[in-house]
Write a protein of this length. Structure first.
Length: 170
């Protein structure tokens, strides 16, 4: 198995837990914020889908020029729109990641902003840190939002207080 194939399996595993969280997002609380400094429920979930799409740039170029003035973030209006974009983005990104030869995983990937290098790491580290770990981090935040809103939190790695998951099923 190639490194990319293993990473795609990990991405798809994490995406199942993420989608389960997305499926429980209440449309009537899309603007909910647990704190004034927090993103709203809809902004956080939209950011998670947006961040997944960043893998395209990580895979397709060795140097990425970040241009904030032309960047347009995805902002879903509701759960259905969010799920549609997630379901469209995931297989496209999985396909791109699957195509990376092992040697390219260790090639340096660079992000520049306004002529300055702001990040330079092996591609595999960028994919794991900025895509996979980023998704997991924000999914945990989303779980807290769900708990505060008294929405059942789905099982991811094992049972949650609300969902026994596959390990708890009879």
């Amino acid at each position: 198995m190639s490194i990319a194939q293993g990473m795609v399996q990990e991405l798809q595993h994490e995406a199942r837990g993420t989608r389960a969280h997305f499926e429980r997002l209440p449309d009537d609380r899309w603007d909910y914020k647990p704190h004034p400094k927090s993103m709203s429920l809809g902004e956080l979930a939209s950011h998670m889908v947006d961040a997944l799409s960043w893998a395209g740039s990580i895979v397709q170029v060795d140097t990425f020029e970040l241009q904030m003035d032309s960047w347009v973030s995805f902002k879903a209006s509701n759960r259905a729109e969010l799920l549609a974009r997630f379901d469209e983005t995931l297989p496209r990104i999985a396909g791109l990641v699957a195509s990376i030869p092992d040697e390219a995983m260790f090639r340096t990937w660079t992000m520049n902003k306004e002529g300055r290098t702001v990040l330079q790491m092996p591609r595999i580290a960028v994919l794991r840190g900025f895509i996979l770990n980023h998704m997991i981090h924000h999914r945990a935040q989303l779980g807290v939002y769900l708990r505060i809103l008294d929405v059942e939190v789905p099982s991811v790695y094992g049972p949650s207080a609300d969902d026994p998951g596959p390990m708890g099923a009879a």
